[in-house]
Design a protein around this ligand. Structure first.
Ligand code: SF4
Length: 407
C-alpha cells in the first residue's frame, strides 16, 4: 500500500510513519518519533519524500516530526495545491534553510506533457502526460453543453482489469499513479485554462492564480481502475477536496469502478459524498463474465448488494456506465434488466455507444438500435442519458492516444 524506496533510510521510515493507515485515519500522534531512532542530527527528514502526494494532515505530521512548526506545512500546502507552484526557489515565504532541505525531496515535476490533441468536433482536449519513469497516461478536458468543463483523470498506467472492449487493457500494466501524479493532472488543466483566460472566482484565499481556472467536475474514468489504487486515489481526493487546497466539492467528483466490491465500502467510508459510477456494460453474468473478468469474482447481484449496503449519504449519486456494443448488450431484454437494476439502486444510467478503436473486436450499434434501447429503458422507468464520447476525431477511446504514444 505504501511505497517506500529504501526501507532502511530514515527518511523512508519517517514517511512510513506519516503515511501508514491514512485511509483509516490513524495518523501518527504528535511527538511519536520512535521510528526516527537512528536518524543522525544532520539527516534531512524531507529527502526523497513525495511531498506532492501528502494530504494536509499528513504533511503537518511530517513537519511536526521533523521539528518544524505546523504553519510551515500549511504554507507549503498552499504553494503546492493553491498556487500550484513546483519550483522551490519561488516559495519565498519559506526560510531559505527549509527550502534547501525541501529541494532534496522528490521532484515536484511529476508529469510532462508530450502530446496534445484538440477535437474539431467538440473542443475537448486530450493530453498525453509522461510520468518521471517515462510511462504515458492520458487526461481529457471536456467542455460540456452546460458550459462547464469536466476533466477525466487516470489513476494507473495500464489496467489489470482486462475488460475486453477497452483500449487501455491492451497496454502493458506498468505502475499505479501516486496521489501527486493524480493531482498534477488537475493542476495541468488549471494552468492550461488560466493561460486561455478561463478564470473564475471562488479560490481559497482569493488568489488570482491558475486554480481560478479549475474544471467544474472531475471524473476518475481515464486509464486504470481507481479502486485498484485506492490509497493514492483516496489521498488525491483528500487534497482535491481540501478547503485550503483545490477546494473541490466532493459532489463534483465521480469515481468509477469496474466492480472491485471489496474497496467500494472503504472509498465510501472515507469519502461519503463522492459520486460512484459502476461500469456495468452487461445485464447478465454470462455476458459480463466475457466482457469484464472482474465479474467472475464479483457477479452483478453481489455488486448491487454491496452498493445497496453502503451507508446512506445525502449527496452521493450512483451512475451506471453502459457501453453499448453491437449485438452484445443492446437488446430490449438488456434495456429492461438495466432499468430494473437502475430503479433498485436509484441510479442514473449513462448509455455510451461504443467508440471503435483500431484492433477492437466490437462495434457501435446502429443509430436506431441505440435510440430504441434508450427508449425501452426509459419507458421501463430508468433515468437514462445517451452520451456520445467526446473527442471522436482525436482518439476518443480511453487509452487510445497513450497507446499511440507508447507505440
Ligand atoms: S474499462 Fe476501465 S477497468 Fe476495464 S480495463 Fe479499461 S480502464 Fe480498466
Amino acid at each position: 500500500m505504501i511505497r517506500v524506496q529504501s526501507p532502511s533510510s530514515s527518511a523512508a521510515l519517517l514517511l512510513f510513519a506519516v503515511t501508514s493507515g491514512r485511509l483509516t485515519g490513524t495518523l501518527p500522534r504528535p511527538g511519536r518519533r520512535a521510528c526516527c531512532a537512528g536518524m543522525t542530527e544532520n539527516a534531512n527528514p524531507f529527502r526523497e519524500i513525495d511531498l506532492l502526494s501528502l494530504p494536509r494532515p499528513a504533511l503537518k505530521a511530517l513537519f511536526q516530526a521533523a521539528g518544524q512548526p505546523a504553519f510551515r506545512a500549511e504554507q507549503l500546502f498552499r504553494w503546492l495545491h493553491v498556487r500550484l507552484e513546483r519550483d522551490w526557489t519561488r516559495m519565498t515565504d519559506l526560510p531559505a534553510g527549509l527550502r534547501a532541505q525541501l529541494a532534496e525531496a522528490r521532484t515536484l515535476a511529476v508529469l510532462t506533457a508530450t502530446l496534445e490533441r484538440v477535437s474539431a468536433l467538440d473542443a475537448s482536449q486530450k493530453i498525453v502526460l509522461l510520468t518521471d519513469a517515462g510511462h504515458a497516461i492520458e487526461t481529457v478536458i471536456m467542455p460540456m453543453d452546460s458550459g462547464h468543463v469536466t476533466q477525466c483523470l487516470s489513476s494507473q498506467v495500464g489496467c489489470k482489469m482486462a475488460c475486453d472492449f477497452c483500449a487501455t487493457a491492451r497496454l502493458p500494466v506498468r505502475q499505479d499513479l501516486t496521489a501527486g501524479q493524480i493531482v498534477e493532472q488537475v493542476a495541468y488543466a488549471c494552468r492550461l485554462g488560466f493561460a486561455l483566460g478561463l478564470r473564475r472566482g471562488g479560490v481559497a484565499g482569493g488568489e488570482d492564480g491558475p486554480l481560478s481556472a479549475r474544471p467544474h467536475n472531475l471524473v476518475f474514468m481515464g486509464m486504470g481502475e481507481p479502486l485498484d489504487n485506492l490509497q493514492a486515489v483516496s489521498d488525491a481526493l483528500d487534497i482535491l477536496c481540501d478547503a485550503k487546497g483545490f477546494d473541490f466539492s466532493p459532489r463534483r467528483i465521480t469515481v468509477s469502478t469496474s466492480g472491485l466490491a471489496k474497496n467500494v465500502a472503504k472509498l465510501a467510508a472515507a469519502h461519503p459524498n463522492v459520486n460512484l459510477a459502476w461500469s456495468l456494460t452487461a445485464t447478465t453474468d454470462e455476458v459480463r463474465d466475457r466482457l469484464m473478468p472482474v465479474n467472475k469474482g464479483v457477479p452483478i447481484r453481489r455488486m448491487v448488494d454491496v452498493l445497496l449496503a453502503l451507508p446512506p449519504s445525502p449527496h452521493r449519486k450512483i451512475t451506471f456506465e453502459y457501453a453499448l456494443l453491437k449485438g452484445v448488450n443492446d437488446t430490449d431484454d438488456d434495456a429492461l434488466r438495466l432499468a430494473e437494476m437502475a430503479r433498485e439502486l436509484n441510479a442514473h444510467v449513462n448509455a455510451i455507444p461504443f467508440n471503435a478503436w483500431p484492433g477492437a473486436d466490437y462495434q457501435r450499434p446502429e443509430r436506431l438500435v441505440i435510440q430504441r434501447f434508450v427508449d425501452v429503458a426509459r419507458r421501463a422507468g430508468a433515468s437514462i442519458t445517451l452520451r456520445e464520447s467526446k473527442g471522436q476525431d482525436i482518439g476518443a477511446a480511453c487509452g487510445q492516444l497513450a497507446g499511440e504514444k507508447a507505440a
